[in-house]
Design a protein around this ligand. Sequence first.
Ligand code: PRP
Ligand code: URA
Length: 207
Amino acid sequence: MSVFASTHPLVAHKLTIMRDHSTNPRQFRELVKEIATLLTYETTADLQLRPRPVQTPLAFTNGAELRENVGLIPILRAGLGMVEGVWELLPSAEVWHIGLYRDEKTLKPVEYYNKLPLEPTVSVCIILDPMLATGGSAVATIDILKKWGVKKIKFMGIIGAPEGIQLMQEKHPDVPIYLAAIDERLNENGYILPGLGDAGDRQFGTG
Ligand code: PRP
Ligand code: URA
C-alpha cells in the first residue's frame, strides 16, 4: 500500500498552526483549505491525460487534458472544509457527500447520509477527511465506494495515526493514502496524539 506523508515546509508550517489550541475556527478553516490544496498536487500526480491539440498565438502544438472524471467524497462533517481547497486545482470535480459519525463508545462509524446515485458518475474518487484515527470511517467509506462500482479510490487526510494506516493496509491495500503528517498513536478515547483535537468541532466552532 502506498502512504504519502508530506515533507513540504509550507505544509509543516501550516499544520503547526492548526495544531495550536489557540488557533480560532476561522484560521483553522483557512488552514484546512490551504493544506488540502497543497496535498492535491501529490494526490493527482497519476491522473490520466489524453491529447488535446492547441493553437497558441504563434503555432499549433500538442497539448493534453485530463481524461478522468474526479469525484470528491468529503466525509461529513470534518471533510467538508477540504473541498474548497481541492476545488482550487480541480474546479470541475463532482462532490458526493457521505455522512458518518463515530459512536463515542465503540468508535465504530455510523452512516447517516448517502445520496449516491445508482451508477457511478466518476472514474476516480478522492475521499476527504482530515483525521485518519482508527481508520473505521475511511474503511467504511471505501466499502461504500467500491460497492458503488468505483475502481480507482484515493484517501486524502491531514493527520493519520499508525492504527488507522494499518487498518487501511489490512482492508483496502489498493487505496493510496496522502497525508500532511503521520502522528504517534491514538489515546484511550480514539483521539490522535499529538493531533489537533476534534477536526469537526475546530472548524465549525462546536467544541
Ligand atoms: C472524525 C473525523 C473522521 C473520524 C475519524 O469524525 O472527521 O471522520 O472522526 O475517526 P476514525 O478514523 O476512528 O473513524 P467525527 O465522528 O468526530 O464526526 P464529525 O466530523 O461530524 O465531527
Ligand atoms: N477525529 C478527530 O476529529 N480527531 C481525532 O483526533 C480523532 C478522530
